[in-house]
Design a protein around this ligand. Structure first.
Ligand SMILES: NC(=O)C1=CN([C@@H]2O[C@H](COP(=O)(O)OP(=O)(O)OC[C@H]3O[C@@H](n4cnc5c(N)ncnc54)[C@H](OP(=O)(O)O)[C@@H]3O)[C@@H](O)[C@H]2O)C=CC1
Ligand SMILES: Nc1nc(=O)c2c([nH]1)NC[C@@H]1CN(c3ccc(C(=O)N[C@@H](CCC(=O)O)C(=O)O)cc3)C=[N+]21
Length: 362
């Protein structure tokens, strides 16, 4: 039943919304949700007809399952749309007040199809909210120096407030040297070691938080999921997702465990968690039996799997076996339509934040 009320609307597009809390309706098979989630229009129940055909359901029988009540779907597409609308409003306001238009520069090296698609989508998203985008495409066999030359130009260009070097870079390149060249004041990806270092330290704050983990946290906040004092498990420890996600959960006072490829009995660790963020890049790694009944599951994984019925010949699935997880979790993000769109929304938000900081615009 809905209980409390929304408050604390600050002017920032990613301002903390204090949760509009209620208890998840629990079906005939009763289990206690480990976190409270809100009853807002953001939620739909997972429908069996839209469940992905991920895996056989045999593993689910090993755990207490809730076959009558399916998890709430955390709709990242919808939340990202709200954030983009907020960003668009602020971008227009800034232009009108001080004549500044935020600018994002994207550097793409090589011709990976997936990277080209991401860059195209980022450009479209910028246009939609009024952010100016700049793009540099370099051939696969470029040198580190060529990439760094463009970064330095953007560092010195006052119309550029955010710089993103699309990853992964070609294998011959030194990612560390290249990312180090980005001015931390324009590091909207939050990948510069100074930004990551500040994220890791008590009492310090980074200028930017990496977009994907920030998007995961934003989904939890905007859905009223309590984090303080909860157990969280992050599957994956990469610099761009897993590690910063674990740091953010810790900053929010969760007790955090990290599962990686050397973790023994990862299902046992994961089953302890009230909140699971999975970023392993392994399709259907997380089965229903890995999830504590009532847990909230954020699936970051984007994994192509063959699908002859799909015109593309493949479809995207997450790390989590959605069909199984839906019967155990209290809330879950879908793939696609979960964390992915949030990553883009956070990039726009970070770019706006950067322009505001550089121009001292409140
Ligand atoms: N939705 C979005 O916006 C985004 C989605 N992604 C997706 O998220 C996923 C992860 O991306 P990224 O972090 O860049 O990937 P990486 O390959 O850099 O990292 C994967 C991590 O998962 C761990 N891992 C791999 N296999 C297993 C396993 N079987 N059990 C436990 N842990 C495992 C690895 O452990 P170890 O360290 O031991 O090798 C590593 O820490 C991918 O599917 C990617 O496409 C990425 C960025 C944004
Ligand atoms: N410097 C850098 N910054 C990044 O943030 C970065 C990167 N490099 N390299 C690659 C990864 C991956 N990533 C995604 C962004 C959006 C979706 C996204 O919008 N996905 C849609 C589906 C898109 C589709 O259908 O193809 C969804 O999940 O609904 C996914 C993945 C950002 N990354």
């Amino acid at each position: 039943m809905a209980s409390s009320v929304i408050s604390d609307f600050s002017s920032s597009p990613t301002a903390r919304l204090l949760p509009f809390r209620c208890t998840v309706p629990i079906g005939a098979f009763q289990f206690q949700p480990s976190v409270s989630i809100p009853l807002t229009p953001l939620h739909l129940n997972a429908s069996r007809s839209t469940l992905s055909r991920c895996c056989s359901s045999s593993a689910v029988t090993a755990v207490a399952t809730n076959t009558d009540t399916l998890a709430k779907v955390i709709d990242g597409k919808l939340v990202s749309k709200q954030i983009k609308d907020e960003v668009a409003g602020e971008v227009a306001g800034m232009k009108e007040a001080i004549g500044v238009v935020p600018g994002l520069a994207v550097i793409l090296v090589g011709s990976r199809k997936d990277s080209q698609t991401y860059v195209r989508n980022k450009k479209k998203a910028c246009e939609a909210v009024g952010i100016k985008s700049y793009e540099v495409n370099l051939p696969e066999d470029s040198t580190d120096e060529e990439v760094i030359k463009h970064i330095l130009e953007f560092n010195n260009d006052p119309s550029v407030h955010g710089i993103l070097v699309q990853l992964p870079l070609p294998r011959h390149m030194n990612e560390e040297n290249i990312l180090n060249a980005v001015n931390i004041e324009k590091d909207v990806d939050g990948f510069h070691p100074l930004n990551i270092g500040r994220l890791a330290m008590q009492g310090r704050d980074p200028l930017f938080v990496p977009c994907t983990p920030k998007g995961c946290m934003e989904l939890l906040y905007r859905h009223g999921v309590e984090i303080k004092g909860k157990r969280a498990v992050v599957i994956g420890r990469s610099n761009i997702v897993g590690m910063p996600a674990a740091l953010l959960l810790q900053k929010a006072n969760a007790t955090v465990s990290i599962v990686h490829s050397h973790t023994k009995i990862p299902e046992e660790v994961t089953r302890q968690a009230d909140i699971v963020i999975s970023a392993a890049g392994v399709a259907n790694l997380v089965r229903g039996g890995w999830i504590k009944p009532g847990a909230v599951v954020i699936d970051v994984g984007i994994n192509p799997v063959d699908d002859a019925e799909n015109p593309r010949g493949y479809r995207l699935v997450g790390d989590v076996c959605y069909e199984e997880a839906c019967t155990v979790a209290s809330a879950i993000t879908p793939v696609p339509g979960g964390v992915g769109p949030m990553t883009i929304a956070m990039l726009l938000s970070n770019t706006l934040e950067s322009a505001k900081r550089i121009h001292d615009f409140k």
